[in-house]
Design a protein around this ligand. Structure first.
Ligand code: FMN
Ligand code: SF4
Ligand code: SF4
Ligand code: SF4
Length: 489
C-alpha cells in the first residue's frame, strides 16, 4: 500500500483507467474541455501566463520552464510556427513517455493543440521512436479521431485557431532526442546537434519558431488548465512544481513506473514505494538521470528529489530513469556500462565527444582489468572535465557524469582495482580468482564436469584444483559445488 499512498498521478492520470483508443472515454474525463476553454475564452497570453504561473518545468531532462519557452516562441513573428512533441525516449530502461502515449494519447494531442494556440502555431509534429509500435498506433488513432470530431483541424470549436498533428519516426539514435538533432532528423538531414543559440523557440523546424516539449511535459498541461496554476504549484518544492514519473529499475523489489510529487525523498521512493533492496542485500547507490546522470549514495537518501537538489548532489533528474544498485554492483563497471552506451551513441560530429568517449572508456577498461595506474585516476578526471567543457551538445557535456560521480563517492573502489588488483564487489572477472578449498573438497567431480575449458583436475574422492592460467572465470564451478568448497575472490 505504501507504493500507492505516496503517489500522485497527474501526467499518468488516465493510464490504465480509460480505453486509450476510445475518444469518448477521454472526453468523459473532461477531455478537450481545456482546449475548448482556451480557444473560446482565453487569449494566447492567458494560456502562457497560466503555464508560467504553474511553474511547470520540462520533463525531458533539462527542466527549462515550459511557460517561458512558450512565451519566447509566441513573441517571434513568423508566417508559420510549429509545435513539436519529443517522444524519442532513448534513456536505457526508461519508458515513461511510452506509457503516457500508450495509455492516454489524447492528453498529448490536446496539450499540443493548446500549445499551438498559445504560441500561434497551426502545425504540430510528434517525433516518436519507431520501436514504439503500440504507442504509434494509438497516437495515430487519437489524432484521426480528434480530427474526425473537429477538435483538431480548421477552426477548432468555431474559433479562429486551426491546428493539426503529424507523426515522424525516429530510428532509435539516442542523440536524436536532443532537440536540434531531432529537428535536423525531422527535416531529413543527419541527426546531428548544432550549437545554441539560436534556440528552437526562435529558429527551429524549417528555421521557424518552434516550441518543443517532452511527452510528459505535455501530459501535465491539461490538468493545469483545468484545475489552475495554483493547484499545480501547491504540489512539489519551491523551484520544482508538480510530480515526476520515474522508471524504477535494478536491484529493487517493486520495479516499474511511479509518479510522485517533487520533494519526495529517495528514501521514500526506494524503500517505501520500491519496497527496498532485493534479497535483503545492502543498498549501495542509485543512478538518476540515466547515462547523463550520476550515482547517489545512502548519504543522499533524505534529499528531497527536485531538479536543483539532484544537480547539487552531483547527479540530475534527467527524464526519469532510476536504477538502484546493491552491494554486489561494482561502481567502476557501472561507470563503464554508461560510457559504453554513450560511446556507441555519440554522433561523432565533435572531437571531444567522439574521441574523448573512446579514451575514457579505454581507461575504465584498463582499470577493470587490473592494469590501471594512479595516473589513470588523474587522467580520467582531467579528460572528463575537458569533455564536459568542450563537447558541442548535452550528450557529450554530460557523458563523463557517471565517471565523475562514482570517482567522487567511490574513489576507494577505483583504488582497490588499481592498487590491490581487486574488485571489492566481485564483478570484474579479470580480477577474480576461483579457488578450491582443499579442506572442504570431497572430490565429487561435479565442478570438473561443468568447466567449459576443462581446467579443473582431480581424481574421484580426491581434492580437485583449478589451473588459474586456463580458467576463464565463468563461475560455473562455483554454482555447481554443493559443498561450498569453491571461493571467488
Ligand atoms: C543526448 C540527449 C538526448 C535527449 N533525449 C531526449 C528525449 O528522448 N526526450 C526528450 O523529451 N528530451 C530529450 N532531450 C532533451 C531535449 O533536447 C529537449 O531539451 C527537450 O525535448 C525539451 O522538452 P522539455 O522542455 O519539455 O523537457 C535530450 C537531450 C540530449 C542532450
Ligand atoms: S557532443 Fe557528441 S553527440 Fe553531441 S554533437 Fe558532439 S559528437 Fe555529437
Ligand atoms: S564440486 Fe566442490 S566438492 Fe566437488 S570436486 Fe568440485 S570443489 Fe570438490
Ligand atoms: S570459473 Fe569456469 S573456467 Fe574457471 S574453473 Fe570454474 S568452471 Fe572452469
Amino acid at each position: 500500500m505504501e507504493a500507492v499512498k505516496k503517489q500522485i498521478r497527474i501526467a499518468t492520470r488516465n493510464c490504465g483507467f480509460i480505453d486509450p483508443e476510445n475518444i469518448n472515454e477521454y472526453i468523459a474525463t473532461r477531455g478537450y474541455e481545456a482546449l475548448a476553454d482556451a480557444v473560446t475564452n482565453k487569449t494566447p497570453a492567458d494560456v502562457v501566463n497560466e503555464i508560467k504561473k504553474a511553474g511547470l518545468r520540462g520533463r525531458g531532462g533539462g527542466g527549462f520552464p515550459t511557460g517561458v519557452k512558450w512565451e519566447v516562441a509566441s513573441k517571434y513573428q513568423a508566417d508559420q510556427k510549429y509545435v513539436v512533441c519529443n517522444a524519442d525516449e532513448g534513456d536505457p530502461g526508461a519508458f515513461m513517455d511510452r506509457a503516457v502515449l500508450e495509455g492516454d494519447p489524447h492528453s498529448v494531442v490536446e496539450a499540443m493543440a493548446i500549445c499551438g494556440y498559445a504560441i500561434g502555431a497551426t502545425k504540430g509534429t510528434v517525433y516518436i521512436r519507431a520501436e514504439y509500435p503500440l504507442a504509434i498506433k494509438r497516437l495515430q488513432k487519437a489524432i484521426d479521431d480528434a480530427r474526425n470530431l473537429g477538435v483538431l483541424g480548421d477552426n477548432i470549436f468555431g474559433s479562429s485557431h486551426s491546428f493539426d498533428i503529424e507523426l515522424k519516426y525516429g530510428a532509435g539514435a539516442f542523440v536524436c532526442g536532443e532537440e536540434t538533432a531531432l529537428i535536423h532528423s525531422m527535416e531529413g538531414e543527419r541527426g546531428e546537434p548544432t550549437t545554441k543559440p539560436p534556440f528552437p523557440a526562435e529558429s527551429g523546424y524549417w528555421g521557424k519558431p518552434t516550441a518543443i516539449n517532452n511527452v510528459e511535459t505535455f501530459a501535465n498541461i491539461v490538468p493545469i488548465m483545468l484545475k489552475g496554476a495554483d493547484w499545480f504549484s501547491s504540489i512539489g518544492t519551491e523551484k520544482s512544481k508538480g510530480t515526476k514519473v520515474f522508471a524504477l529499475a535494478g536491484k529493487i523489489k517493486n520495479v516499474g513506473l511511479i509518479e510522485v510529487p517533487m520533494g519526495i525523498t529517495l528514501n521514500e521512493v526506494i524503500f517505501e514505494i520500491g519496497g527496498g533492496i532485493l534479497g535483503g542485500k545492502k543498498f549501495k547507490a542509485v543512478q538518476t538521470g540515466g547515462p547523463s546522470g550520476g550515482a547517489l549514495t545512502y548519504k543522499d537518501l533524505d534529499t528531497p528529489i527536485d531538479y536543483d537538489n539532484l544537480i547539487a548532489k552531483g547527479s540530475m533528474m534527467g527524464s526519469g530513469g532510476m536504477i538502484v544498485m546493491d552491494e554486489d554492483d561494482c561502481m567502476v563497471s557501472v561507470a563503464k556500462f554508461f560510457l559504453d552506451f554513450t560511446m556507441d551513441e555519440t554522433c561523432g560530429k565533435c572531437t571531444p565527444c567522439r574521441v574523448g568517449s573512446k579514451r575514457l572508456y579505454e581507461m575504465l577498461e584498463k582499470i577493470t582489468q587490473g592494469k590501471g595506474t594512479n595516473e589513470d585516476i588523474a587522467r580520467l578526471k582531467q579528460l572528463s572535465v575537458t569533455v564536459k567543457d568542450t563537447a558541442l551538445c548535452g550528450l557529450g557535456q554530460t557523458m563523463p557524469n557517471p565517471i565523475l560521480s562514482t570517482m567522487r563517492v567511490f574513489e576507494d573502489e577505483y583504488k582497490a582495482h588499481i592498487e590491490d588488483h581487486k574488485c571489492p564487489a566481485g564483478v570484474c572477472s579479470a580480477l577474480l580468482q576461483y579457488t578450491i578449498v582443499p579442506e572442504k573438497c570431497v572430490g565429487c567431480t561435479a565442478c570438473a564436469r561443468v568447466c567449459p575449458v576443462n581446467c579443473i583436475s582431480g581424481k574421484v574422492k580426491e581434492v580437485h584444483t583449478i589451473d588459474q592460467k586456463t580458467c576463464i572465470k565463468c563461475g560455473a564451478c562455483l554454482e555447481k559445488c554443493k559443498f561450498d568448497a569453491i571461493t571467488k575472490q
